[in-house]
Design a protein around this ligand. Sequence first.
Ligand code: S3P
Length: 169
Amino acid sequence: MKQIVLIGFMGAGKTTIGHLLAQETGLTQYDFDELVVNKIGMSIADYFDRFGSDAFRAVETSILEESADLSGIISTGGGIVLKEKNRAILKEMPYVIYLKADMMALIERVVLDKRNVRPLAESKSPEEIAEVYLPRVPLYEESAKIIIETTGRTPEDIVKEILNEVGKR
Ligand code: S3P
């Protein structure tokens, strides 16, 4: 195993779990939001404001294409599954893991996370964030090889299950 890709909604723990997985496996962690910021030279929020979501999604796709053969732990952005082209690329990757969580837990985490400004969640009500979340669930499910339930579990426990599942394949 040389690559694990984490997908899931905002607040699912993709970055945290990715960091721990990198520590456990000795692989490098690549965080999509960081890669995007490096490429665009400004914050994601500013980029959304100036160029809109389609331009952001195009940058995301180009990074996904570049990542196909990357060796490492790849934490994607929550919207990576929205484009069919991205889902097709994900389906070709061997270990795509959906970090699944209870909707209310996700919404609470996103609302409480003041350090990370997310244009699609900022100044939205829980009901509005749920409207972003719900249509994405089947897209995460169809793009993943492995689904891991994370609600109420420690990051260490989740990492153990991921490595166990990946080891079986
Ligand atoms: C987004 C999720 C964010 C970031 C951008 C759009 C989304 O990443 O890519 O704000 O559409 O769900 P995280 O999932 O890391 O918060």
